[in-house]
Ligand binder design. Structure first.
Ligand SMILES: [Zn+2]
Length: 597
């Protein structure tokens, strides 16, 4: 096996369903990247789970008169459903509400404490005199003191993206009853980011040459502008992971401190599930392992500063607490290819106004690859992008169907009808034929270059431009005409086009796995390109939780040109991709902003 690749996809937060902006921001790019590396034969592990703690969930549970557990489990179930339908192949998608995650998070906390990177301090915190309780994070809203946005959460502003000092919030109000809270003292544990700063800067400098500018701006740039200060990593809240210290009852670990630990705990759970409890160390200790974190731009500071700081701070102590004699330091993030945001028809996506395209709802009317295609060509890799229904229609019909689906269907139907359902005998290839085959073969290098650099839009564009080359080739060779006068020439062109299609099937497979799998079947292959997915319920001392698993064992796809032989039997072809009616544009626009069903 070659170098291990850890693919860490952002943890969806369990207080809303997932919309297209979330998908294109982090979950879909992670899956495309994972599928590509699996085709390369690398030791891939893609993990994530539901972020199930913190105040947005307790606030919602209060409003619904239900419990945080019910809220988290309800949304967790919708995530599992969507990810299966969209083919997001997590090796393990779990949750933070598990005994394993509690244990790993508490050990990280203790390792940081043992290494001197935690200190207790008293802090001013908003307190509700009417409710007689502290109001952490989302329980308080007000005006952002950086940009003036009037609906800022006390810990982070959704408008400017900055992390906020809650005590500086202008005109604070309680989320529970709208009353004005007052500042009172409370004791918390702080992560000593100031002491970790030199090592965090070294870590970032080593990655300066290849990280995206937006990520560097919010990490290295931010630290250079203002030194890191200690951050409270505990909260006055009981929904969460208890602080593992005597006398700290009623306080839990701050959700952002523990959610990022999920990448590690999910790897450990995956190892347990697979009956190889030490396997996680491959991705967390091997110096050749590369860890990629796929996240949205609102999460950059947590993944590019705080999580690396936690990993640096625990050093080998986490291993020691886990009982390993050969304790080793942790693998730090290699890349954090954070995406910008996707808007919708020119406006910011808003769940509360139902100004959103919801993943599961979309898939009741359209195919998963249509969504994957549009979200990739429109991926906000370098700037915000916009979901526009008319644009979606045209990308689907004029590119995906016209350039790729029709090409496949024309060639395979023609071969099936005119060459007894077999790949034709080509005879001697012409220069034009070998040139096309060579052009497509070179795609395995050019598309891979874009993939390795996490430029997924460009990688898909490159693959689609190769499909255009095949169309041009068929315009010149015109086998549909040639068959009337020169059966050999027609057979040669169809043979060549089938070779090209067989290769393009692989080049497009990370983006369009369902389509590629179907095409693979039409081409007469039996073993699938990719593995399978399943869910199962696991029970532990904290709660019951469902997990989504990917099983790679049956996968046979390889990142290499196809070598389909003359005489190879094809299966009955069918249209590969559905053409959409123009009327969907107005229908879909009419749904936006209306009350959810
Ligand atoms: Zn702001």
């Amino acid at each position: 096996m070659s170098d291990p690749v850890l693919i860490a996809a952002a943890w969806p937060y369990a207080n809303a369903e997932i919309h297209v902006g979330n998908l294109t921001g982090s979950y879909l790019p992670a899956d495309i990247f994972a599928r590509y590396h699996r085709l390369r034969g690398r030791q891939v592990l893609m993990v994530s789970g539901t972020d199930s703690h913190g105040t947005p969930i307790t606030v919602r549970a209060d409003a619904e008169k239900s419990s945080p557990l019910e809220v988290y489990q309800r949304f967790h179930a919708t995530f599992l459903d969507l990810f299966q339908k969209l083919g997001l192949t997590y090796d393990l998608f779990t949750s933070t509400h598990t005994a394993n995650h509690f244990n790993v998070s508490q050990k990280i906390f203790l390792a940081l404490k043992q290494n001197g990177f935690l200190y207790p301090d008293r802090q001013l915190q908003w307190y509700s005199p009417s409710q007689k309780r502290f109001l952490p994070d989302r329980y308080v809203e007000g005006t952002c003191y950086i940009c003036g946005y009037t609906n800022a959460r006390s810990d982070q502003c959704d408008n400017c993206g900055n992390l906020l000092d809650p005590t500086l919030l202008i005109e604070p109000r309680s989320k529970i009853d709208g009353t004005k809270p007052e500042l009172r003292e409370t004791e918390h544990m702080f992560l000593d980011l100031g002491r970790l700063q030199p090592q965090v800067i070294d870590f970032l400098r080593l990655r300066e040459s290849f990280w995206r500018p937006n990520v560097l701006r919010q990490s290295l740039g931010q630290i250079q502008a203002e030194s890191l200060r200690g951050r409270a990593i505990t909260r006055d809240l009981d929904w969460g992971i208890p602080v593992p210290l005597e006398g700290w009852t009623g306080k839990c670990l701050y959700v952002w401190f523990e959610a990022v630990i999920g990448y590690l705990s999910a790897t450990i759970e995956w190892s347990e599930v697979n009956g190889q409890p030490d396997a996680w160390r491959t991705w967390w200790h091997d110096p050749n392992a590369k860890a990629y974190y796929f996240i949205g731009k609102d999460n950059i500071p947590f993944h590019a500063i705080i999580w690396p700081a936690e990993l640096i701070g625990i050093s080998t102590t986490f291993d020691e607490l886990m009982g390993y004699k050969d304790a080793e330091p942790m693998v730090l993030p290699h890349d954090v290819p954070a995406n910008e945001f996707m808007n919708l028809e020119g406006q910011k996506i808003s769940g509360s106004r139902n100004w959103a395209v919801w993943g599961r709802d979309f898939l009741t009317r359209y195919d998963p690859d249509a969504l994957r295609y549009y979200l990739t060509v429109n991926m906000p890799e370098t700037r915000d992008s916009d979901w526009d229904w008319n644009d979606f229609l045209h990308h689907n019909n004029d590119e995906l169907v016209a350039t790729w689906g029709n090409l496949v269907n024309r060639v395979l139907s023609f071969a099936y009808k005119n060459f007894e359902g077999k790949v034709p005998e080509p005879g001697l290839l012409t220069d034009l034929d070998t040139e096309l085959i060579k052009t497509i073969e070179d795609g395995f290098i050019s598309v891979a270059q874009e993939m390795e650099a996490v430029r997924l839009r460009s990688a898909l564009g490159e693959a689609m431009s190769l499909a255009t080359e095949v169309n041009k080739y068929l315009e010149i060779t015109a086998p549909w005409q040639a068959i009337k006068t020169d059966r050999q020439a027609a057979g040669r062109a169809i043979y060549t086009a089938i070779q090209a299609i067989d290769s393009l099937k692989i080049l497009l497979a990370p983006f369009l796995p369902f389509t590629s799998e179907r095409l693979h079947n039409f081409l007469g292959y039996d073993a699938p390109l990719f593995g399978t997915q399943s869910t199962e319920v696991r029970k532990d001392s904290v709660a019951e939780h469902s997990v989504l698993r990917y099983h790679p064992e049956t996968a046979t796809g390889r990142w290499e040109p196809g070598k389909i032989e003359p005489g190879h039997l094809l299966r009955v072809p069918a249209p590969l991709i559905r053409k959409l009616e123009p009327k969907i544009v107005e229908e879909e626009r009419a749904r936006l902003g209306s009350k959810p069903a």
